[in-house]
Design a protein around this ligand. Sequence first.
Ligand code: C6P
Length: 414
Amino acid sequence: MLDTAAIRKDFPILNEVVNGHPLVYLDNAATTQKPRQVIQALVHYYEHDNANIHRGIHTLAVRATEAYEGTRRKVAAHIGAASPEEVVFTRNTTEAINLIAHGWGDRFVNEGDEIVLSLMEHHSNIVPWQLLARRRGAALRFADVTPDGYLDLDSMRALIGPRTKLVSVVHMSNVLGVINPVAEIATVARQFGAITVVDGAQSAPHLPVDVAALGCDFFAFSAHKMLGPTGVGVLWGRRDLLAAMDPFLGGGDMISVVKQEGSTWADLPHKFEAGTPNIADVIAFGAAIEYLGAIGMPAIRAHERDLTAYALEQLLAIPGVAVQGPRNPDDRGGAVSFTVDGIHPHDVSEVLDAEGIAIRAGHHCAQLLMRKLGVPATNRASFALYNEPREVDALTSALRDTIRRFGHGQRLAV
Ligand code: C6P
C-alpha cells in the first residue's frame, strides 16, 4: 500500500475535525480533496503570473499562457494522447460530453441513426444524447446490466449494428464501481463505422489511462475528481474527428478570421475554447497531474484495489448490508455502493456524518441504474489514494452502531 501517512501531510483538509471527530472523507467519487501543491499553484498564479492568455505579449501574459499550455501537455502525456492539440479544456465531464453531442452529433447524427448507451450511465452521459436524439431524430438504445453488477456485454453487442452512429459508455461506474471493457466495445463499434465516447470521470482519477490502448474516439473527465480544482474538465478527441467538428461555443480566441459574411476557426484545440478560460484552475490542475504522476497511477490503482477489497470484505460481513456491484476487486474501482436493510440511505449518511464520516447517499445521478437495481437510492463510500484501512474500520464500526440503534427502534429526530 502507499505511504498514506506521508501523502496525508499534503492534504490540509484531512486534519479537519467534523462534529467533534477527525474527518473520515469517503466521498471521493463526488470530488477529491486537494493537496497543498495544487492550492499553492493557484495562489502562486494569482500572486505572480495573473494575466489573460493567448492575447498579450507582455511578460505576465507569456508566463500565464506557458503555464496554461503546460497543463495541456501534461494532460496529453498523462492519458497517452498523440498530441496536446487533442486535449480540449472544458468546465467538467458534463460539458465535454455536451461538446461532443453538439460539435460531432449535430453534424454527423441523422434521422434514424442510433446512439447506444448503457443503463449504468451517469445523467451526464444520458441527457446530452437525449437532447441530441430529439434535435436530430435519432434513437437511443440502452445496454443492460447483469444482476452481479457488470455491463451485459452481450446485450451491448446485440444493440450495436449498421444503424449505430455512436456508442457512449462509462469507463468506471460511479455507483457499481465496475470497470467496463471499453477496448472491446470500441472494437465492435468500429466494425460498424460507429465512434466510441468514453465517460472517464471515475476512471481517470484512479486507473492508468491510455486512450490509444482503449481504442476510443473521445474520452471525457473532470479535474476536480483527480486532486485538481473544480471548474476544469478535459475532452480528449482523435485529431481527425476534432478537426471535422463544428465549434460548440463561438466567441473570442476560437476564430482565425472574422468577416461580416462569416468566420473561420482557430486551429485545434483553440477552436473549442471560446472566451477567457479558467486559467488559474487549469494551471493548478497541472500540479495535480504532476502529483498523481509522481506517485504513479499503477501504484494508486494497487492501493485503492486493496482498500476496496478490504472494504468489500468488511461491509459484506455486516448482517443487513447489501453491496451493489462486482465482488471481485480486480474488476472494479473504489466506489462502493451499499444499502442497509430497513434504513434509508439518507439516515445512514446523516448518522455517519455525526461521527465525522463523509459518504454519499442518493441516486448518484444514475436514475436508470437505480430503477434497474430496484432501489430509490444507495449509500456510497468511495476511496482515494490518501484513504487508509482504519477509515474503512471507522465506516463499518459506525454502520454496525447505526444498525444496532435503528434495530432498537431508535429513529433520527429529523
Ligand atoms: N459524479 C458522483 O458523486 P461532472 O459533474 O461534470 O464533473 O461529472 C459528471 C460525471 C460524469 N460521469 C460520471 C461517471 C460521474 O461519476 C460524474 C460525476 C459525481 O458520482 C457527482 S453526481
